[in-house]
Design a protein around this ligand. Sequence first.
Ligand SMILES: [Zn+2]
Length: 482
Amino acid sequence: MSKLIVFLIAMLTSIVHAQVSFSQRSLQLAAHHYTLNYDINIEKRSLVASGVITVINTSKKNADHIPLRLYRLLSVSSLLDSKGNDLEFTQRVLSNEDWPVLQTNYIEIKLDTPLKPNQLFQFQINFDGLLRGYSETGMNYVKDNISREFSIIRMDALAYPLVTYPNDRVNKKAKFWLNTYEYDVTINVPEGLVVANGGELLSHSTRNGVSTYRYVNKLPAWRMDFAVANYQRYSKGNYSVFSWESQQASFQLLEKIAATFDLYTKWFGPLQKDLGYTFIEVPEDYGAQADVTAVIQDAKGFKELDRVYHEISHQWNVKTLDTYSPRWNEGLATFLEELTLDKFGKSGHLRTQTEKNLLHLKKVIKENPLYTKTAFIDYGKHGLNSYITGMVFFHLLYDLVGAKKFNEVMGGFYRTYYSTGATTEQFVQYIKKFANVSLEHFFEEWAYSSKYSKRLVYFKSYTQLYEFYKSKNQIKPTAHTD
Ligand SMILES: [Zn+2]
C-alpha cells in the first residue's frame, strides 16, 4: 500500500513538474544561424550530424537555458560552447504537453551566464540516430525516412534541432515563425544520389563514392528542406525542377512555373526579392510545402497544376502577426489556383468550382455547428478549415470590387506589409480603405460575425449569394480610382 502511495506521489509530482516546466514558460530564444553537416547512411537508414547553431534572445528578459527539440529517435552525443568546453544539458523523449501523441527528444542546455535580450549564443552540437516518420501522430504525410529511393531532412520531423518547447501553445505565443534564420548546410550522400534544396548550391563534389552538396539560404528562412533521391535537375532562368519524371514532363512544368510567375507579377506587381524558384518532387503523400524560394510536391504536381499555382501564389503573401491566424492566405491561394486554371484555358472553371465548394460548405456547416458560431476571422482560434470558406470569400470579394481593383489591393497590401508582416485586422482595414465600393456590410458578416454561414446555407447558388452582397454594398460616392 505504502509503495503504491509513493508511486502515486511520484507520478503526480512528475505530471505537475512537467506541466509547470513548460506551460508556465515563455519561449525566449530563436534560431539565428545553422551550420550543419549531415552524413546520410543508406545501409543503416541512419544519419550522423554535427554543426554550430547560433541562437538569439528575442525576449526582454535574461534567459538561463536553451530549449531544443529533435526527432524522437535522434539523440545528442555532445554539446560544447564556442571555446570547446562541455555544456551542461539534459535530454529526454517527452510527449508534447498539449498534443501527447507527438513525442520529441527535448534537450535543455543550461547557461551558466544568462543570455541578455538580443544577445547571441553559439554552440557546437553532435547528434545522430534514425528517422522513421510521425504517422502515429496523425500527420500521415510525415513519412520521413532514410532509404535509397528517398530520404528527407525537414522541419516536420524535427530532423534538425528546433528552438522550441514540447508545448505548442507556448511556442505559438512567442510567434516563433516570425524569427527567420540563415543556414549553411552540407549533406554527404552515396555517389549517384542528388541533394535538392531551394537555397543556393555553393558547392558539389564527389570523392571516394561520396557526393557532397553544400547549400545556403537565398532569403532568411523559417524552414529547411533537403530531399535526397536519384534526381535530375532541370533549369530555365531562375527556375529549377528536381524530378524523376520524364524530361518532357519536367520541362513542361518549368514552362508552367515561369508562366505563372509572369501572370502573378502582372496581377500583383513584382516580388520584393525575386530569387528564383525551385520545385522539388517528393513521393506521393509526403505533403506539399511552400518555402520562401522552393516548393516540395509529389508527382501529382506535374499534372494537377492547380497545386503549383496555389503554392506559387503564396510567394505574394506577407507573414502573419496573428497569434491564431485564420489562415485567410490559404483561402486566397485556393481561390487563385481556380482563377488561374480558368485564365489558363479552362474557361468557366472558377464558377463551377465555387458552386461545388458552396455545396460542400453547406454540408460542412450542417455537420459542424462550430461554423455557425465562429466568425471567419476567428477560425484559427477554433482550428476550423479556412481553405474552402476562404475561397468563396475571396471569390465574392473579387466580384464585388472587380478584377483590376482586386489585384491592385492584393499587390498593394503585399508591398505595404512585406517587410513587417500584418494581422488579419490590418488586412481587413487595408481592403476597406482601398476598395472602390463600401464593404462594411460584407466584412461585418464575414470578419466580425458568423452571419456569413447562414447566407452560405440559405442561398441556392453563388450568383444569388453574390447578388445579395452586391445589393448591400453601395458604391461609394467618392470611390478611389487610382
Ligand atoms: Zn497553401
